[in-house]
Design a protein around this ligand. Structure first.
Ligand code: ADP
Ligand code: MG
Length: 241
């Protein structure tokens, strides 16, 4: 069963010298419960593609299907972590992290309690009531990650989620993501620059060419499940089970 399917997605931006093609007939899909990575050069159009999937941009051609239903241009159907953490500067960190749950209709105090619990897990205990500006870029990225992680939608789009993290924190966040993915049977589309990260995390990888982006290669990663099992043997992740 296909959770997400993109067919013939094309897009261009209007520049001073005319239109600049960015996406050239992108076909790709994410199966139910699958972890798929997208790799491509900087500026090739990965974030634009995510904006299209999230309904923030209407593509010039092609369609987005979710669970077999055409949803091109519709917002709010996916858990989305943008490349730049878009935290609300006037909301506390816990409130920013809880937003996905609240928007989905969860009781506010329950949403905040869950957010607080997770802030501790990702190393941000003590910052719950602060405003986002006190956090470094990497810390803001973790709050933005939590917001997507706690959102109930089954499809998650993560746009270079661990880009500004140090190596150890990145490893921890990768493990939390695998744990949540395994636990909740999420379907994930993940953008990364790192081929190692894509190989470690995903079932399948799409490689994009440079602008205008099109899919030039599709790789199936062998034996992904045993890797998840290894990560979950760490006692830290046992409580999720
Ligand atoms: P990636 O995420 O792969 O690094 P982006 O999707 O951010 O690439 O950008 C793809 C190309 O589209 C870049 O050349 C970028 O400058 C251009 N672009 C992105 N957003 C806009 C916009 N709103 N208007 C004009 N050009 C844009
Ligand atoms: Mg990008």
């Amino acid at each position: 069963m296909k959770k997400l399917e993109l067919t013939g997605i094309g897009h261009y931006f209007q520049g001073k010298k005319g239109s600049v093609p960015v996406l050239d007939h992108i076909d790709l899909h994410v199966n139910q419960g699958e972890f798929v990575s997208l790799i491509g050069p900087s500026g090739s159009g990965k974030s634009t593609l995510f904006h299209i999937i999230g309904g923030l941009i209407q593509p010039k051609s092609g369609d987005v299907h979710l669970d077999g239903v055409k949803v091109t241009g519709e917002k709010g159907l996916i858990a989305y972590m943008p490349q730049q953490p878009a935290l609300f500067p006037w909301r506390s960190i816990e409130s920013n992290a809880a937003l996905g749950l609240e928007v989905a209709g969860q009781d506010r105090s329950e949403a905040l309690a869950k957010a607080r619990e997770w802030l501790v897990k990702v190393g941000l205990g003590g910052y719950e009531r602060e405003l986002p500006h006190v956090l470094s870029g990497g810390m803001q990225q973790r709050v933005s990650f939590l917001r997507a992680l706690l959102s109930p939608q089954e499809l998650m789009l993560l746009d270079e989620p661990f880009g500004s993290l140090d190596a150890l924190t990145r490893q921890d966040m990768q493990a939390w993501l695998l744990a949540i993915w395994e636990q909740n049977k999420r379907s994930i589309l993940f953008v990364t620059h790192s081929i190692e990260e894509a190989l470690f995390l995903s079932d399948r990888i799409y490689v994009l060419s440079n602008k205008p982006a099109c899919v030039v290669e599709e790789l199936t990663v062998p034996f992904p499940r045993p890797r998840v099992e290894t990560v979950l043997q760490d006692p830290k992740f046992q409580e999720l089970r």
